[in-house]
Design a protein. Structure first.
Length: 347
């Protein structure tokens, strides 16, 4: 029987859980010890209609960040008590709708911080030193010999790193910058009291206004969460404020950067290069990005190390189990719901 057709262990009195994407089999097995689990090992994302029908009688659901969970979907899930997002970003969840329906929503902070910071650096370095462009060129058989002016890139060491949205991941990125002797500036709505994290020293970073950030950063990494307020936070006029030849890295969410404006700006060399792990309308992003040699693209894999992704799934499952067992979950997104939440009643 296909794993995604029916609960694997239908036992009376157990809560029903739906896992909407393929997850690590050993972790799924652990979930099956506690709950009646239906899953999607084929990993073809379900349509909203199909998901709504699969949610019938389900008490807890695990979703990925591409899955929109809104009032309409929740209205079709009268027994649902918990929505567990396997991501730290939760712009896909309508939290007000969850709270209104009495549904607890959770996410997966911390476990992906270092992996995502590493990927931000991988993108920065790749764009600065033209790694992908020169790899393509070399594979195409173009290399005739050493040249002093081949693929000249941007100097990373000692350059100014700008961070737009200094949260946990931004701080982990800033810590790494010390190894490159880079001054770090950042912009958040309010300056932070930066503090040690996980036994490490606090990052050295200076708060600046957004205009100064744009005008001073040689490398600008975007980390703000996506919301209506941050939609196209970097549009044509902001991109025009960036330094000629600077490098923009978006590892936050598509939509924070106006990708069409970015294409136009890259053609003008301001910024000089970009590296995007997330794009507007992904996976069907702006095809005008494709012919640009000064763009590095990765398919939303910022947290994609085995250990981080396992950590995310484990935390998402723990969040779900906590809620269904009446415990406050570790990463609760809508605390207002707690006293008036829908409770799974063990039958
Ligand atoms: C997140 O967690 O928000 C990432 O985008 C997925 O790893």
């Amino acid at each position: 029987m296909p794993l995604n057709e029916t609960p694997r262990k239908a036992a009376p009195g157990r809560a029903r859980v739906l896992v909407t994407r393929r997850v690590f089999p050993d972790l799924l097995e652990q979930l099956c010890q506690q709950f009646d689990v239906a899953d999607n090992q084929e990993d073809a994302p379900w349509s909203t209609t199909e998901l709504a029908s699969r949610l019938q009688g389900v008490h807890g659901v695990l979703v990925d960040p591409a899955r929109r969970v809104d009032a309409q979907l929740l209205a079709d899930a009268p027994q649902l008590c918990a929505v567990s997002n396997v991501a730290v970003g939760y712009n896909n969840l309508d939290l007000a709708a969850c709270t209104h329906a009495g549904i607890v929503a959770t996410n997966t902070p911390d476990v992906l911080t270092e992996a995502t910071a590493d990927h931000a650096w991988a993108l920065l370095m790749a764009a600065a030193r033209r790694v992908v462009e020169s790899d393509r060129w070399t594979r195409a058989g173009n290399w005739q010999g050493f040249a002093l002016d081949a693929f000249l890139g941007a100097e990373v060491h000692g350059a100014t790193l700008g961070i737009l949205g200094m949260g946990r991941i931004g701080q982990a990125i800033a810590r790494r910058a010390q190894g490159f002797s880079m001054p770090v500036i950042y912009h958040n709505r309010t300056p932070l009291a930066l503090s040690p994290d996980a036994g490490t020293a606090p990052p050295v970073a200076r708060w600046v206004g957004k205009d100064e950030l744009l005008a001073s950063a040689d490398f600008l990494i975007v980390l703000v969460p996506y919301s209506p307020a941050t939609h196209h936070l970097l549009g044509a006029s902001e991109l025009a404020q960036m330094k000629p030849g600077s490098v923009l890295v978006n590892i936050a969410r598509g939509g924070v950067v106006d990708d069409a404006a970015l294409v136009a700006a890259l053609r003008l060399g301001r910024p000089g290069a970009a590296a995007l792990d997330v794009m507007e309308n992904e996976p069907k992003f702006d095809s005008e990005l494709l012919p640009l040699d000064n763009v590095v693209l990765t398919p939303h894999i910022g947290s994609a190390t085995r250990s981080a992704r396992r950590g995310m799934v484990k935390l998402a499952m723990a969040n779900l189990a906590d809620v269904l067992q009446g415990k406050r979950p570790r990463a609760l997104l809508n605390p207002d719901v707690w006293e008036k939440r829908r409770v799974y009643v063990h039958k």
